[in-house]
Design a protein around this ligand. Structure first.
Ligand code: NAD
Length: 270
């Protein structure tokens, strides 16, 4: 039985752990990677659940999709939160972990990076759009809930800052950041593709995810049940550690950097 996280002693990452993870990742022919908020904290973007994370500053119960659609006050709160968060997302730079994943794609053998993140940092690091599935959407764009038209978020967020508090598309529909909110349907095509990729993986690597948010957290299970070896890099234990061939409890940048060094991968700025 697993102890509560606050009492569990977390073993540091050892050279043997790095060797094992590097052998699995380096030997993969169909590597599928799932990334979460923990890959981007070293780029200055807070995760949800760590101390000081976003949920300590905003109440998610007030920001569900149904409330967004039903209440002008919720929409105002949502865009106000964007005033606070969007500039940091827009201006963030990828870190070593993002760059290592881009290098693994260049090297070959990487089938997909499925990210729960909405920050676009994988693409900024050089990962190709074809390799990416943004399963929770992107915070860098805005979509119309009626006609589906997409646009860059910057000008829309500027309209809010200038005093336009119920933002509408030219068609009259509600505009919403193109992220998946609590209670909002997952994007069907992306979700189906992500589960197909997980089932096709020979190695499934998780980086910086608590593996507590479903359906994304079901992907490692799908991969393992189809015969993939599971490797987890996360600062704290996850519910899937017992299923992993290697579960490394360290910083995503440092750990992936060490794995890349073992593999002789050249890490470059995009
Ligand atoms: P999470 O907040 O539930 O979990 C993040 C995990 O990463 C935690 O277990 C934490 O211990 C670990 N972590 C934090 N910093 C780390 C580091 N430097 N190295 C290694 N591990 C680290 O995030 P989640 O599992 O991705 O799921 C929550 C939701 O949060 C997702 O839906 C995602 O869309 C959203 N989110 C995204 C961003 C972003 O785009 N950067 C930021 C916050 C939340």
């Amino acid at each position: 039985m697993r102890l509560p996280p606050e009492t569990e002693v977390i073993a540091p990452v050892t050279d043997t752990d790095i060797d094992r993870a590097a052998a699995l990742v380096g030997g993969a022919r169909r590597l599928v990677v799932l990334t979460g908020a923990g890959i981007s904290t070293e780029s200055g973007i807070p995760d949800f659940r760590s101390p000081g994370g976003l949920w300590t500053r905003y109440d998610p119960r007030k920001l569900t999709f149904d409330r967004f659609c039903a209440s002008a006050e919720t929409r105002r709160l949502y865009w106000e939160m964007g005033n606070d968060l969007f500039p940091a997302l827009r201006d963030a730079h990828p870190n070593t972990a993002h760059r290592v994943l881009a290098a693994l794609e260049r090297r070959g053998g990487l089938l997909r990076i499925i990210t729960q993140n909405v920050d676009g940092l994988h693409q900024k690091a050089g990962s190709s759009p074809e390799a990416m599935i943004e399963i929770h959407g992107t915070a860098l764009e805005v979509g119309c809930l009626t006609c589906g038209a997409r646009q860059d978020r910057g000008p829309v967020q500027a309209r809010f800052a200038a005093g336009e508090h119920d933002l509408r598309c030219d068609c009259g529909g509600l505009l919403k950041p193109a992220t998946i909110s609590f209670g909002q349907a997952m994007p069907e095509r992306e979700t189906v593709q992500a589960f197909a990729d997980a089932a096709a993986a020979d190695v499934f690597l998780v980086v910086g995810s608590s593996l507590e948010v479903y359906p994304a957290a079901g992907l490692p299970r799908a991969a393992v049940e189809s015969g993939a070896a599971l490797v987890i890099v996360n600062r704290e234990p996850t519910p899937y550690d017992d299923d992993a061939e290697a579960a490394l409890h360290g910083s995503s940048g440092e750990t992936l950097g060490a794995i890349a060094a073992r593999l002789g991968l050249a890490i470059t700025d995009a």
